[in-house]
Design a protein around this ligand. Structure first.
Ligand code: ATP
Ligand code: MN
Length: 463
């Protein structure tokens, strides 16, 4: 007897085989003919397989007829072509073994639909629902594409530290890492005495692996990081998490145009793979979550992204006649409403904005000849807004030091970063893609808390 997944058992090629299936009951329906239908799911695909359990099974009355949603079972039986509409196969059980019951009186996931807010309070059970199973599979598919895309192009996967001493972009937005007793913090004058702390200095959870990725790009060429990052910003929005996953490619000898080309090809590859490899899950999202989900992904996979300078974008927004909550003025950061206007109203496709004012961007972005703008780029998509942020990096030592001082950073504490410019400096570029925003965009899920298994947000770290 062959052990099979539900996905395999649902395929016509399984017809005629004796198999063992294991999973969780979604529903049970008893027929007047003295047998029962069990809908079984094991997470291998969106759909269930129908198990036909005959009344002659020895435990039919004692167990099979008491099975409810959530119970776990093993089924040994034969796969047959199904006479019913909408399913190619069904499994005729020779035995049904119950592993665990799920008392319908107390089991929280009954057949009725639950709100996503309610399901967040059941993070340990929500993966058993259609929606969260589908999200988990799409998330997995995207992670696989990320690795495949970079590996196929000869990128090295590198691992930056999660605990870091450099507070690069994040002053105030970083989680502190300490073993000091908060009830009696050692002090040196008015300040905390960090020499007594675990690392002998202040340390934080990383907000980005970029600076470390630059070290490897400036040694080995093309690299990427892919891991969790942390931001202690108090943003209670549908697009912000305190802990999220970021992919950060970093490439030596790439200028901003190369960087944009890579970002565009990368996103297209991810979304094509989702359409192809998760077609059943996407059909569900399209029917139940966002009626435009599939068309949007197809559009992105087949369109050419718009590339527009920040200055042109400001001009366009000012002339649009639209009213915004935040006024648009050259030199101000664009708000989500402006970004969405550009992708949803003006162009109706992804937009890459580049050459932002230097004042609103970090020290490491390369200064343009105009002296006012830097070689930054943001990729904006409909509904989600910014999905990628990146830049060509400043490779000139003197300019980099000047920019650090302008932003009140001490060049000495970045001595190792500056060494990359002192010895064999090269033009290089990179970007960061937020994994959860990518999943949000692909699935149409409205809230970022519903595309990560265990969301961490201000005031909430349950499970
Ligand atoms: P935003 O302006 O939307 O807050 P950001 O400019 O701070 O984002 P970057 O520092 O450029 O973001 O990070 C790169 C990418 O990481 C973003 O384009 C986004 O996809 C993702 N990202 C950033 N912050 C968060 C967050 N708090 N939760 C989830 N994803 C995030
Ligand atoms: Mn950004």
């Amino acid at each position: 007897m062959e052990k099979m997944t539900v996905a395999q058992a649902r395929d016509v090629s399984a017809v005629g085989k004796q198999i063992l299936l294991q999973g969780w009951v979604r529903t049970r329906r008893d027929s007047k003919g003295g047998f029962s239908f069990l809908e079984l799911n094991d997470g291998s695909c969106f759909g269930n397989v129908q198990v036909v359990a005959d009344g002659k099974l020895p435990n039919y009355e004692s167990e099979v007829k008491k099975l409810n949603a959530g119970a776990s079972i093993s089924v040994a039986g034969e796969v047959r072509a199904s006479p019913a509409q909408g399913q190619p196969t069904e499994v005729h059980a020779q035995s049904v073994t119950v592993h665990g019951w799920a008392d319908p009186e107390t089991y929280a996931l009954q057949k009725k639909r639950h709100s996503f807010e309610f399901l967040r309070t059941l993070a340990h059970l929500r993966p058993r629902t259609n929606t969260f199973g589908a999200v988990a599979r799409v998330r997995n598919c995207i992670c696989r594409s990320i690795h495949e895309f970079f590996q196929e192009q000869g990128f090295l996967y590198v691992h930056p530290p999660i605990i870091t001493a450099s507070d690069c972009e994040g002053a105030g937005q970083m989680f502190k890492v300490t073993t000091l007793d908060l009830a009696k913090v050692p002090q040196q004058g008015p300040a905390v005495d960090h020499t007594q702390d675990f690392f002998g200095r202040p340390t934080y959870l990383t907000v980005s692996g970029q600076l470390e990725a630059e070290i490897f790009a400036c040694s080995l060429g093309k690299v990427y990081t892919f891991g969790p990052t942390f931001r202690a910003e108090n943003s209670n929005t549908s697009r912000h998490l305190a802990e999220f996953w970021m992919v950060e490619p970093e490439m030596a000898f790439f200028d901003l145009t190369d960087n944009m080309d890579l970002a565009e090809a990368f996103l297209k590859r991810i979304f094509r793979d989702v359409l192809e490899r998760c077609s059943e899950d996407m059909k569900f999202f399209n029917e139940r979550i966002d009626q435009t989900a599939i068309a949007t992904l197809e559009g992105v996979a087949n369109s050419q992204f718009v590339r527009l300078s920040y200055t042109e974008a400001v001009d366009l927004l000012q002339k649009s006649g639209a009213t915004f909550e935040f006024p648009v003025a050259w030199g101000n950061d664009l708000q989500a409403e402006h970004e969405r206007y550009l992708t949803e109203q003006t162009f109706k496709k992804p937009v890459i904005l580049f050459d932002y004012p230097s004042k609103i961007k970090p020290f490491y972005m390369r200064v343009n000849d105009d002296g006012k703008t830097v070689r930054a780029m943001d990729v904006l998509v409909p509904r989600v807004g910014e999905i990628i942020g990146g830049s060509q990096r400043e490779e000139r030592l003197d300019v980099l030091e000047r920019r650090m001082r302008e932003q009140n950073l001490n060049p000495e504490s970045y001595w190792w970063y500056l060494d990359l410019r002192r010895y064999g400096t090269v033009p290089h570029s990179g970007f960061g893609l937020g994994l959860e925003r990518t999943i949000q965009f692909a699935t149409g899920m409205a809230n970022i808390r519903d595309v990560i298994p265990f969301p961490r947000t201000p005031g909430s770290a349950d499970f």
